[in-house]
Ligand binder design. Structure first.
Ligand code: LLP
Length: 440
């Protein structure tokens, strides 16, 4: 298993993260448990800050908090001087509660409700990324009624098929997000937006998918967007000055993943933009934004589980069953996502068996986190660590089987702090109501 950030093996032969013994963390905070490596999270924020904000004139990084959102993490994002991309009233509320500067919040989403749009405008978010024709009218109306004139960008389908799981490709022409260039709809929408009194059209936005490694794909997208930006501005008689290229930068879950560095992505994108804008004799955008989620938070999370049983008859597969599963990590079920693992309480033990890491839910194959993985002889009570679970894990977790979500503990320099509490039975039943006639 590859080590990330502050992971080491300590004198007890235990996995340590942020200077904390993971076996002690389970004893103190219970199992299963999500660990967030604060130092690594800050380091990732800083690398994106340097590559895109410091080295690109007009560069901006908005952390896509759909990947992982809670107040403590968003406070760190603000301390590290990044903006925030939100896609719902709930994420916006969390960001505001965390003390985020509203002017550095981008509001995305393909079906924002009237209430959410009003909430965003009342709180003066920096930019609204408009998805479709209906939203142009709704936004214009609400902004007019509030007497505000928000900065707006239009979500574009650049027509790029990124090399990633089909479920996370979002830049293709058959996408529920945004409007297409080739169909003419994107141009039409921009002309309408430019004519609206109650919005300030500043630019265009796209997001081609997630867990993408090839910088060429980002370069190709940047070229398409730049050419469209220059062309449509000339034709439409308006000047677009802002370009947002979304997120999607991949991370390393296993040996099969070969992501580039933030620097590599940033410079490739910058070069691609320079070439096209020069060709069109069009000025570089005043603001060039990206919205990384996974690349900032993914590697910083590790999930710890306790082994309940080990079973398997001769000639059958062996299963190591843990006290979590698809409720805290739905990604194997949804995207056939691959992970590594280790036994955190016996780090130097050699691999002696092959087994599948099975969850505790009443599902068959969809609740197996890792298939056929070599590991040391596992026994009930062992602690399994699955790294790279910071992005789209807690954020997509569920209470299936009425299993409570694990606690999240932020670790750094030997100190551990709970940043999200474990859900107990009271939490699980909090919204249940029994009508009076059922009580009689
Ligand atoms: N911006 C927009 C408009 C997005 O839709 C997304 C992700 C991002 C930024 C951030 O993308 P990232 O840098 O994290 O790749 N649940 C899936 C991933 C869904 C991504 C959705 N949109 C998974 O677990 O792989």
């Amino acid at each position: 298993m590859r080590f990330h950030g502050t992971m080491t093996v300590n004198g007890q032969d235990h996995l340590s993260i942020g200077g904390c013994d993971t076996v002690d963390l389970i004893r103190e905070f219970g199992s299963p448990l999500h660990i967030m490596d604060e130092d690594l999270f800050r380091q990732n924020c800083r690398e994106y800050h340097k590559a895109f904000i410091e080295e690109i004139p007009g560069g901006e990084v908005a952390y896509a908090c759909k990947a992982f959102c809670c107040q403590a993490i968003l406070r760190i994002v603000c301390q590290e001087d990044l903006g925030i991309d939100v896609v719902s009233g709930g994420e916006l509320y969390t960001a505001l509660r965390a003390g985020a500067d509203p002017s550095r919040i981008d509001f995305n989403g393909n079906n924002k409700t009237v209430e959410e749009i009003r909430y965003a405008l009342e709180n003066a978010v920096g930019r609204i990324i408009v998805d479709n024709f209906t939203e142009i009218e709704t936004l214009d109306q609400i902004a007019g009624s509030l007497g505000v004139r928000p900065k707006v960008l239009l979500r574009i389908q650049p027509g790029v098929a990124a090399h990633t799981h089909q479920y996370t490709q979002t830049g293709i022409l058959d996408s529920k997000f945004g409007l297409g260039i080739s169909s003419g709809q994107a141009g039409d929408a921009l002309r309408i937006m430019a004519g609206k009194q109650n919005m300030e059209l500043t630019g265009i936005h796209c997001h081609i998918g997630s867990q993408i490694h090839e910088k060429e794909t980002f370069a190709q997208t940047a070229q398409i967007m730049a050419a469209f930006m220059a062309g449509v501005s000339k034709d439409g008689g308006f000047q677009l000055t802002e370009l947002n290229l979304g997120g999607g930068f991949g991370i390393q879950y296993t040996d099969a993943d070969h992501p580039d560095t933030p620097e590599g992505y940033a410079q490739t994108i910058l070069q691609a933009l320079k070439e096209v804008f020069e060709q069109y004799a069009f000025p570089m955008p005043r603001r060039i934004s990206v919205e990384p989620g996974r690349a900032i938070v993914g590697s910083t999370g590790t999930t710890l589980y306790t082994v309940g049983s080990v079973k398997g008859a001769p000639q059958t597969r062996r299963y190591v069953t843990i006290d979590g599963g698809m409720t805290d990590n739905p990604r194997p079920a949804l995207y056939q996502a691959k992970y590594e693992m280790c036994l955190a309480n016996k780090m130097s033990a050699p691999d002696e068996m092959t087994a599948s890491l099975a969850g505790r839910c009443c599902e068959e194959s969809s609740d197996v986190l890792i298939w056929d993985v070599p590991m040391p002889l596992a026994e009930p009570g062992d602690i399994v660590a699955v790294p790279s679970t910071g992005a789209y894990h807690y954020a997509m977790s569920s209470n299936y089987n009425r299993v409570g979500r694990p606690a999240i503990v932020l670790v750094s320099k030997g100190k551990a702090h709970v940043i999200v509490k474990r859900e107990d039975y009271a939490d699980i039943t909090r919204n249940d109501l029994i009508p009076a006639h059922l009580l009689a």
